[in-house]
Design a protein around this ligand. Structure first.
Ligand SMILES: Cc1ncc(COP(=O)(O)O)c(C=O)c1O
Length: 437
């Protein structure tokens, strides 16, 4: 009996407490408007200039709508494309029934080997001598981010010089990691070509030890790359001014259609013993956009330094996402690391790059036919996925608001999202926007 009594007295206040708590919570709720939050002061972030375009495109109900905003390859039917060689690799992976254990922080060994060989060539002395510190990371963006964080930590005070214009996310990435960025001249709107003198002058004026972000090939957004002779001059200035190149290689295979040719600049820099960082992405050339596969490497002149640098990049990655994802890395090592699959991939790269070249020509022909007195040669002179039209933000707005053609407001059109059947429509919209706005 006694024990029941104790239990009853103990139980009493325990039952009463929730009743009081509910009452207090009700009084509090009544005193505050229901939507109130401690984070009410957080302002809405502006939409991303590139990804926001796709969101607006999805909301548009017009049958004419065309998404030329994001640099993603589409078929002639304007559908997303999964490479056949990727599907084949996935079938092999399924058959191999591999586990889903964590990868090491530095990533899948066969992926890292294939990735540095794709960049520098399988017989590269730099690789053979163990002078490449390669960390598998989250596609191009994550790789750039780890590279920028490494610069912030180990090269304090170094300024990152980025091209004017450049891919919109470069500024975000360096700013977010606390690395000051400035611009160097790159594009000449008069010639719609490279402002080579301006570029060289700006690099010569950069403080010693600055980082220079260089698009390895198929410059985004301009589609204008330096020639081999110009790369040689750029390398001269980099050596003379003790600058640190940071290549962004997001389009290997899309500039010339050849994976080897498109790696010219980093291979040439390595031959001249220029130390550099490089971020690689398989989003575009293997169509692995959502798999987030890429790598950040430092190509150095000393194997010991490469080991130490890798250890520090691992430390940075550990605190950000720990281990990289395995699925895309396995696809890459199946495709890039296997001779037969590699040949198949080259064929599909050729097909994708060829389709973009074909619509470039068709767009040019349609523009010339509609307005023969204007110089439209920039359309076919530029390379890669994009056409940088020189259209003003008002002209771009007209393209979207009147013609339902979605593009970034810097005047960039992604030709990877254009089909032959839409070239005439696009040309008419461009001429209307350029002539009337
Ligand atoms: C110049 C450049 N660098 C890097 C990237 C990174 O893309 P991802 O993070 O999808 O690999 C892009 C994508 O558009 C790009 O254009």
């Amino acid at each position: 009996m006694a024990s029941v009594g104790v239990a009853a007295t103990l139980a009493e206040p325990q039952r009463a407490a929730p009743v009081r708590a509910v009452g207090a919570a009700r009084r509090l709720a009544a005193a505050r408007p229901p939507a109130a939050s401690r984070l009410d002061g957080v302002e809405m972030a502006p939409p991303d200039p590139i990804l926001g375009v796709s969101e607006a495109f999805k909301r548009d109900t017009s049958a004419d709508k065309l998404n030329l905003g994001v640099g993603a390859y589409r078929t002639e039917e304007l559908q997303p494309y999964v490479l056949k060689v990727v599907r084949k690799a996935e079938e092999r992976m399924l058959a191999a029934n591999e586990n889903k254990e964590y990868l090491p922080i530095e990533g899948l060994a066969s992926f890292r080997k294939a990735t540095v060989e794709l960049l520098l060539g399988a017989d590269s002395p730099t690789i053979k001598e163990g002078r490449v510190a390669c960390l598998q990371s989250l596609s191009g963006t994550g790789s750039l981010r780890i590279g920028a964080a490494f610069i912030a930590k180990f090269m304090p005070g170094a300024v990152a010089f980025i091209s004017r214009p450049t891919w919109g996310n470069h500024k975000n990435i360096f700013a977010d990691t606390g690395v000051e960025w400035r611009e160097y001249s790159y594009f000449d709107p008069e010639t719609i070509g490279l402002d080579f003198e301006g570029m060289i002058a700006d690099l010569e004026a950069a403080p010693e030890g600055s980082v220079v972000v260089l698009h390895g090939c198929a410059h985004n957004p301009t589609g204008v790359d330096p020639t081999k002779e110009q790369w040689a001059k750029i390398a001269d200035v980099i050596i003379a001014k003790n600058l640190v190149p940071f290549f962004d290689v997001a389009y290997q295979g899309f500039a010339t259609g050849s994976l080897e040719e498109d790696a010219f600049a980093p291979r040439y820099f390595a031959e001249r013993s220029i130390e550099f960082a490089v971020a690689q992405s398989y989003s575009k050339n293997l169509g692995l956009y959502a798999e987030r596969v890429g790598a950040i490497s430092w190509v150095l002149n000393d194997a010991g330094a490469a080991d130490r640098v890798l250890s520090q990049m691992k430390r940075i990655a550990r605190a950000v996402y720990s281990n990289p994802p395995v699925h895309g890395a396995r696809i890459v090592s199946e495709v890039v690391g296997n001779e037969e699959m590699f040949e198949e991939w080259k064929g599909e790269m050729d097909m994708m790059a060829g389709r973009i070249k074909a619509v470039r020509q068709e767009l040019y022909d349609a523009l010339v036919k509609l307005e023969p007195n204007k110089d439209w040669s920039f359309v076919t002179k530029q390379i890669g996925m994009f056409s940088f039209t020189g259209m003003s933000p008002a002209q771009c707005d007209n393209m979207t608001n009147k013609h339902h053609i979605y593009m970034t407001r810097d005047g960039r059109l992604s030709l990877a999202g254009l089909s032959s059947s839409k070239c005439q429509y696009l040309a008419e919209a461009m001429i209307d926007s350029i002539d009337n706005h």
